[in-house]
Each structure stands twice: as structure tokens, then as C-alpha cells.
Ligand binder design. Structure first.
Ligand code: SAH
Ligand code: SF4
Ligand code: F3S
Length: 446
């Protein structure tokens, strides 16, 4: 055991370090974990050397992400002596106690549904327990804490729904995050109001599939209603949301965006593939045509809505023709940006059973083509923005280049120089002067 069993709780110095992998939900979970531990008297430190407790909040979405976690754990095999190493998040939930076999120096393994129990679990370790686990998914409770330590002082994340009830054939999330559980609309509004009181002007609502949000209280709000209500909280100027599953993306969400100026002009609607045949094999529950119908709703909106997506190449059985349909869809939709991935085989998933795996070389070839095509599309799209005036929320300042960087309602980052002091967190108007495939530069309008 790493902690001297004879030491009492008070003698153990309570410092912790946390490293986070994965999506925004994981990043936000870490904010909640940090807040809860700080509230319990633990102090957060910047480097693992200074810490008694080392937390890895992990991601398992692709094999590479999981390997990264085990590589990091390996690093602490010796240098972690005398420390408690804890694995939390999606790899923890997926691998469970097997982590103790692969990395015997780990003492705590807990999935996201067990975070409320973390302080209790640490006390057990401090009392001398060698290993503790929190792996039950059987909890209706959303990890909702008033202690959240937010990293970004301007944009506040709020989890509105946990878990996922879909069963996309490639995806581990339903196993790592469990079934869907929505929070009450009232508690979301209360958190948004609290954030507004702290000076936040932008809220991002989080969930693996926000569209299937359903208020469990008698109010019974759907996602469009929740979105609209958050956009009406005094002090909140921008509301974003991620992620939307196309099957559950309904027209009232667009009506809400059109009817409420505080809802941002951006929808992330991951298509995964342009081929209905592959979509069916993926168990995505929509066809290309149904997806395009949703795109059409957005095109018909009075405000120009930015569209982004996720693409998987090399799903088992994806033919050259299927792949070309994906390329064709990219040209048809003209996304503002995409995230693209090579299919990765994941434990427990239905796609493991599918034959006709695509070789690594072929997946790499397809990924490169997708990225080149999208780059060309973005180049053309961005060039069209030259001369346009945009409102930015200023998010960062880079001393080395003397540049401020802000984000538009369409979720584009734009950099600009200005002699004005302290623009962080302010809204400014900027004219786009230069455009590259991935960046825009502008001049502030006084
Ligand atoms: N809930 C979100 C997805 C979260 S995972 C949704 O349904 O859109 C983020 C992205 O990772 C997915 O959209 C998908 O493109 C990608 N992804 C998930 N599992 C994957 C796998 N096994 N291999 C490659 N990419 C994967
Ligand atoms: Fe995974 Fe599909 Fe659920 Fe998204 S909707 S988290 S891709 S199972
Ligand atoms: Fe990864 Fe878990 Fe998010 S698998 S992408 S951290 S939900």
C-alpha cells in the first residue's frame, strides 16, 4: 500500500493532480471533481510530483485514446510510489477491476456515475484500504454540484443529460456512461442563473445526445424548450449545445434558434457517413436523405446557421463507392468544419462481429482524402467571409503574437490585434480581413 497505514487522515497531506482526456463532458466532469475535492479540503496542484493523489479522467472512444491512458499510467509505475493513482471516467467504467491487473499501482477505479462517492472512496483509501472501486451505473442521480471549479471564466458548461440510449454499432459510450438520465429544467435554469450571477455570458449545454433531453419534472420540457428557456436567463448572451443526434433533431430546435437571438447560430450534427448502407450497418437510425432533410431545415432558417459534423472512415464493409458518397455529402452540405476519424474496433460493440474490416492503410488513405476535401471546402467558405463584420466574445490573449482571439456565434475563432486593454470576456465587433482554411484574422471596429 502506498499510504502508511499508521498515518491518520489528518497526517496525510491532501494534494491532488488531475489530468483529463476526451470530450467536453469529461472536461466538465473534471471541473466537478476538482470542485468537490477542493470543497472536501484537498488542494489542487499543477504537477503530479507535488501531489499525493493523481487522477486520470479517461477516454475510451478510440483504441488510441485508451492506449494513451495506459501509457500515462505506466509512467507512474515507479514515480507514483507513495502516491495514490486513481483512474476515473470512461476507461475506468469499461475496464473496471481489470485495470488493477494491467496497472497494479492503481488504487481507485471509478466511472462517471460514481463521482459523488469520490470523497467517501478517498476516505476509505486513507483508512488503509488498498483498492476501491465505484462502477455502478445504476444511479439516477446526475452529478450536480454547487462546487464546480470552472476553468473558463466566460463560457460555462452545464450537463443536461447523462448517458446514451442509442446503440451505434461502433460506440462504447452507452457502456461507459450508462443509460440516459436528464436533469430537471428547473435545476438547469438555476445553474445558468448562478453562472450569470458570476459574470458568465455564454452557456454550453452538454450531453451525448442533448436532443433526447426530457425534463423528468411535471414541467416535462423537451430540449427545444430548455434551450429557449436558458437563452432567456438574464445576463446570458449566448447559448450553445452539443451533441445532437440527427434522428432526434427536430424542427422545434431550429424554431427556438430562430426565435431567440441569444441561441448561437451553430449546430453540430454528426453524420458519420454519407452512405445510407453504411449508416444502416452503423445502426445510426437515419438515412442520408433524412439527414439532408435536417440540413435543409437549417438552410431555410432566417439566420445563417453554421453546421459541423463528425465523420468515420473505414467502417467494416465500407466500399469505395460508400466512401465516395461521404465525399459527395461533404460537398453537398459544405460544413464549416468537421472532426474525422478512422474507425476503431471497441470492446463490447456490435461492429466487432462484422466481417470485412478495412485495412489500416486504406483507412489512412480515406482519412487523408476526407481531410483534404474538407480543407478545400473550408478555404472557399472562409474566403466568402472576407469583409464581413462579426461579433466576438474575446476568449484569449497571446502575448507572443500580441493577438486576441475570440469566437463568433457561428463558433469560428477569429484573431485580431488591438491596443485596447483587457478585452477578455468582452464582446467586440471585428471585420474579417484575412482567411485561411482553419483561421480568420480581422480588425476591430471602433
Ligand atoms: N454522442 C455523439 C458522439 C460522441 S463520440 C454523437 O452521437 O454524435 C464523438 C465521435 O467519435 C463520434 O461522433 C464518432 O464520429 C467518433 N467515434 C465514436 N466511436 C468511434 C470509433 N469506434 N471509431 C472511430 N470513431 C468513433
Ligand atoms: Fe455513441 Fe451513438 Fe450514443 Fe453518440 S449516439 S454516444 S455515437 S452510441
Ligand atoms: Fe471519450 Fe467518454 Fe467522452 S469515451 S469521448 S470521454 S464520453
Amino acid at each position: 500500500m502506498w499510504i502508511d497505514a499508521a498515518a491518520t487522515i489528518d497526517e496525510v497531506e491532501k494534494t491532488f493532480y488531475i489530468e483529463t482526456f476526451g470530450c467536453q463532458m469529461n472536461a466538465h466532469d473534471s471541473e466537478k471533481v476538482v470542485g468537490t475535492l477542493v470543497h472536501e479540503g484537498y488542494a489542487q496542484v499543477e504537477s503530479p510530483d507535488q501531489a499525493n493523489y493523481i487522477f486520470f479522467n479517461t477516454c475510451s472512444i478510440r483504441d488510441k485514446a485508451e492506449q494513451k491512458v495506459f501509457n500515462r499510467l505506466q509512467h507512474f509505475k515507479n514515480s507514483g510510489k507513495g502516491k495514490v493513482v486513481a483512474v476515473i471516467g470512461c476507461v475506468a467504467q469499461q475496464e473496471g477491476e481489470k485495470i488493477f491487473e494491467r496497472a497494479p499501482h492503481v488504487s481507485l477505479v471509478a466511472g462517471s456515475a460514481s463521482y459523488t462517492k469520490l470523497p467517501e472512496m478517498l476516505v476509505q483509501l486513507e483508512k488503509g484500504n488498498r483498492r476501491v472501486t465505484g462502477l455502478s451505473l445504476d444511479t439516477e442521480l446526475t452529478f450536480d454540484t454547487p462546487f464546480t471549479r470552472r476553468d473558463n471564466p466566460h463560457r460555462g458548461w452545464i450537463t443536461v443529460i447523462e448517458g446514451c440510449d442509442k446503440s451505434c454499432a461502433y460506440c462504447v459510450v452507452p457502456f461507459t456512461r450508462g443509460p440516459e438520465r436528464s436533469r430537471t429544467g428547473a435545476s438547469v435554469i438555476e445553474e445558468a442563473t448562478r453562472l450569470a450571477g458570476l459574470g458568465y455570458t455564454e452557456i454550453q449545454l452538454l450531453g451525448q445526445n442533448v436532443n433526447s433531453y426530457r425534463d423528468p419534472s411535471p414541467a416535462g420540457w423537451d430540449f427545444a424548450t430548455l434551450l429557449d428557456q436558458v437563452g432567456r436567463v438574464p445576463g446570458i448572451r449566448r447559448v450553445r449545445f452539443t451533441t445532437s443526434h440527427p434522428r432526434d433533431f427536430v424542427k422545434p430546435i431550429i424554431d427556438a434558434i430562430e426565435g431567440n437571438a441569444n441561441l448561437c447560430n451553430h449546430v453540430h450534427l454528426p453524420v458519420q457517413s454519407g452512405s445510407s448502407r453504411v449508416l444502416e450497418a452503423m445502426q445510426r437510425l437515419y438515412t442520408r436523405e433524412q439527414y439532408m432533410e435536417r440540413i435543409q431545415w437549417m438552410r431555410e432558417a432566417k439566420r445563417p446557421i453554421a453546421m459541423t459534423s463528425d465523420i468515420i472512415v473505414g467502417f467494416p464493409g465500407e466500399t469505395e463507392r460508400d466512401f465516395e458518397e461521404t465525399l459527395d455529402l461533404l460537398e453537398e452540405v459544405k460544413y464549416d468544419s468537421i472532426f474525422s476519424f478512422k474507425y476503431s474496433r471497441r470492446p463490447n460493440t456490435a461492429a466487432l462481429e462484422l466481417g470485412d474490416q478495412i485495412t489500416e492503410e486504406e483507412k489512412t488513405r480515406r482519412l487523408t482524402i476526407v481531410q483534404e476535401r474538407q480543407r478545400a471546402i473550408q478555404m472557399r467558405q472562409n474566403a466568402e467571409l472576407l469583409g464581413e463584420e462579426e461579433e466576438l466574445l474575446v476568449e484569449s490573449w497571446y502575448e507572443s503574437t500580441g493577438q486576441w482571439v475570440g469566437r463568433t456565434t457561428r463558433n469560428r475563432t477569429l484573431s485580431f490585434t488591438s491596443g485596447m486593454p483587457d478585452l477578455l470576456g468582452k464582446y467586440v465587433r471585428v471585420r474579417v480581413m484575412r482567411a485561411g482554411p482553419n483561421s480568420l484574422t480581422g480588425e476591430i471596429i471602433h
